[in-house]
Design a protein around this ligand. Sequence first.
Ligand code: 13P
Ligand code: ZN
Length: 268
Amino acid sequence: MVKSILENRPALKAEIDKVAEVAGYLWQKGWAERNGGNITINITEYVDDEIRQMPAISPAYPIGTTLPSLKGCYFFCKGTNRRMRDLARWPMENGSVVRIEEDCASYVIIADNPVKPTSELAAHLSMHNQMIEHGKGYKAALHTHPIDLVALTHNPEFLKKDVLTNLLWSMIPETRAFCPKGLGIVPYKMPSSVELAEATIEALKEYDVVMWEKHGVCAVGPDIMEAFDQVDVLSKATQIYIAAKSMGYEPTGTSQEQMDELKRAFNL
Ligand code: 13P
Ligand code: ZN
């Protein structure tokens, strides 16, 4: 048995435990069929000299894009083609730790096993690059396939700017409070593409969560639990909309005045 990078590093292990816990939630929610969805977290703050000395256990792979703020950073990433429900139980067998190379355009795997990171790495690392540049201390990125939110994107009306944001805010006050910038839409693009990554970070400048048309959502946060919460809040609002519609009526929604009151009260 190779020694795990988590051994004698309780703070790092605690972050990986959170990833595993969230991976389990994604499966329970029905958002993670097969290998659907991916998680990455920036673990650079937990890296010590011993980790810095660790040799690569893979060749250098290209990211597909150049991300200047990631030089020498370390990430834990779900492996490509790995199941969330397996990540939940065995995170270090279904994910790996990578180090970004000096060129900021490639990475190597350093631990525990040479598990190739998610095919959406360009999008994830672009989100991390932007999080560092924005200096908010955000460390986690999540992409998942919530049934309800994806279904909404099959209606062209909902793809128009801010239509979904306003609809979901109006379903329950929590959405307005906890997702104050709302849900951005990225028109359909090839999964795993750099174009998708670029459109994602562009939309994240304006919105809390980004919807990939007919595919899934991306959320970021201080840790993976909070990134999950963002999607969960939007999914709950969508469920309320669907429940009202299936009872045969168009939900009234909170009024603009009620939302404005909330905005003032919570300083949103
Ligand atoms: P990976 O298994 O490569 O992480 O891909 C899953 C996915 O959701 C692609 O968009
Ligand atoms: Zn996906």
